[in-house]
Ligand binder design. Structure first.
Ligand code: G4P
Length: 529
């Protein structure tokens, strides 16, 4: 029992989020280097070179230099066992990111110091707030010309509505970047640019020590003294209780590319963030140290490696210990008992079969096609369901068919598998099959990925006919026959693959019309099942 608690308490599971290009991949790699998990960073993904960051593996990612899928990486550092969940930065794949955020206990938000809060940061941030996830901020690229740090904090506070507490403070920026001042230890970590390399030197100094001005320059010194005085008087205290509720974000400054400020960030972060948190189920709160194993599925991915045609289901362990070959129940699969096949942990493309894992860890298992996003898996004896993961309403729709009628089987298999993964949503005309489907996506790029994967993984060419619908609503009234509804002529009735009825609308006006003409009709934007 003590071992179980020890193992769980030393775990930290978090996601890194950012607007594309803020430096998420670079920071992830530097963290992995500290853990000794990789020896050579992919020198950050290869937009221009052919090295790729370890966390970018799909072909389309390589072609476009964007992260499409979220990957999971585990490493040890200073007695901690760390699980980092990488997330796609591109907004067209935000659904995947939303689901990943359901599996973590905190998030690290990377912000480009020259740009401040950007679009995608705002969106992702909203999801963190929805779930009260503690957020840590890493302001990156101080080696480039940056915005004033006070303005950056003000922008975070105003636009994102969270208080901030700088843990360290930058001294200069761009060519004049001299390092950071650690507010609690009152020492300077000085930075010397060295042709892209960095020389990091820890200098313990008292702010009142005037010899400091010879290290960082007189002007920077005066500015620093002034800034620190202002911060000490006006900034929020580092209140870990508020941090844990997602109300206050500790802020760090640095340059991931130069590996500057990454280590102090990691060390402070590991102390400030929590070990695996309890989870809500329909039978109440499930504590991570409960010795009854339980987990939920947050991600499914087929054909991650073309050499092994396979489908992996990723689950977050919520309580207890997982042991290889143990018997578990799939709650949503009528409680069917099974053994999870080849449980593995991921180091991007490297997979390692594991013998045990603990609450907080993410494991991937081979899946013959039985799991869906949000499913609960637990040791026999108890049967509860974790709160579901909401499905986001798609905003773009297309009718998809296969070009070659001989490929019907592959088409149905590909479309349903990719939909089960949650990479797209598929709908069909009521009572019809899946030879032709209506595909819904949140971002247009998802269509491209779908088309690409159908071709490369299932060898099926598809015909994509865009549809004018923009809104989708689930019908919440049980037992209602949608054919009896009074709807405008351009509203379409469809079914999802669980058989639920939905309506597709071309405008918000049509939604209002449907609600007005059909008394008692209940529509919702998210699928709650
Ligand atoms: P992302 O995952 O958030 O999309 O960002 P990523 O880490 O890929 O970084 C985006 C770009 O910013 C990369 O350059 C990367 O080298 C650069 N970068 C990351 N951190 C820093 C930093 O601290 N300082 C500076 N100056 N640049 C940084 P790129 O030109 O887009 O790609 P590449 O040519 O380096 O591959």
């Amino acid at each position: 029992m003590a071992k179980l608690e020890n193992e769980i308490n030393r775990r930290r599971t978090f996601a890194i989020i950012s607007h594309p290009d803020a430096g998420k991949t670079t920071l992830t790699e530097k963290l992995l280097l500290y853990g000794g998990a990789i020896t050579l960073a992919g020198s950050v993904k290869g937009k221009k070179t052919d090295k790729h960051a370890v966390s970018d593996w799909m072909e389309i990612e390589k072609q476009r230099g964007i992260s499409v899928t979220s990957s999971v990486m585990q490493f040890e550092y200073d007695g901690y066992c760390i699980n980092i969940l990488d997330t796609p930065g591109h907004q067209d794949f935000s659904e995947d990111t939303y689901r990943t955020l359901m599996a973590v206990d905190s998030a690290v938000m990377v912000i480009d110091a020259a740009k401040g809060v950007e679009n995608q940061t705002r969106k992702l941030f909203k999801v963190c707030v929805m779930r009260n996830i503690p957020i840590f901020t890493f302001i990156n690229k101080l080696d480039r010309d940056s915005k004033n740090p006070f303005d950056l904090l003000e922008q975070i506070e105003e636009e994102l509505g969270i208080s901030t507490c700088p843990v360290n403070w930058p001294i200069g920026n761009g060519v004049d970047f001299k390092g950071v001042y650690d507010r609690s230890n009152k020492h300077i970590l000085s930075y010397t640019a060295n042709g892209g390399q960095s020389e990091v030197e820890k200098v313990e100094v008292d702010l009142n020590d005037s010899s400091l001005s010879s290290v960082i320059g007189e002007q920077n010194y005066n500015q620093l003294v002034e800034d620190i005085e202002l911060l000490d008087g006006a900034a929020d205290e580092l209140d870990l209780e508020r941090v844990s509720k997602g109300k206050l974000s500790p802020v760090f400054f640095g340059s991931a590319l130069n590996n500057f400020g990454v280590e102090p960030f990691l060390e402070n972060f590991l102390k400030m963030t929590s070990s695996p948190l309890p989870r809500v189920s329909d039978e109440g709160i499930i504590e991570p140290t409960d010795d009854h194993f339980s987990a939920f599925v947050f991600k499914i991915q087929a054909n991650m490696n073309k050499a092994h045609r396979d489908r992996l289901t990723f689950m977050r362990i919520c309580s207890g210990k997982f042991e290889r070959d143990m018997e578990v129940c799939h709650v949503q699969g009528d409680g069917k008992k099974m053994r999870l096949s080849q449980p593995q942990q991921m180091m991007a493309q490297e997979r390692e079969i594991i013998n045990e894992a603990y609450a907080g860890d993410i494991i991937g298992v081979f899946d013959p096609g039985i799991f869906s996003i949000g499913d609960t898996i637990c040791a026999p004896g108890k049967k509860f369901k974790f709160d579901g993961i909401p499905t986001f309403a798609p905003e773009h729709f297309a009718r998809i068919r296969h070009k070659d009628t001989m490929k019907r089987k592959q088409f149905v298999k590909g479309a349903t598998q990719i939909a089960q993964e949650g990479a797209i949503q598929i709908f069909r005309e009521p009572e019809s099959g899946y030879e032709e489907v209506i595909v819904g996506v949140v971002g247009m790029l998802q269509f491209e990925v779908f088309e690409h994967r159908m071709k490369t993984e299932y060898n099926v060419e598809i015909i994509n006919e865009g549809l004018p619908y923009q809104f989708i609503r689930w019908i919440d009234n049980e037992g209602l026959d949608p054919k009896r509804l009074n709807l405008s002529s351009d509203t379409k009735i469809v079914q999802d693959f669980k058989g639920n009825y939905l309506l597709l609308f071309t405008s918000e006006w049509n939604i209002r019309w449907a609600l007005e003409k059909n008394e008692g009709l209940e529509l919702s934007e998210f699928n709650k099942n």
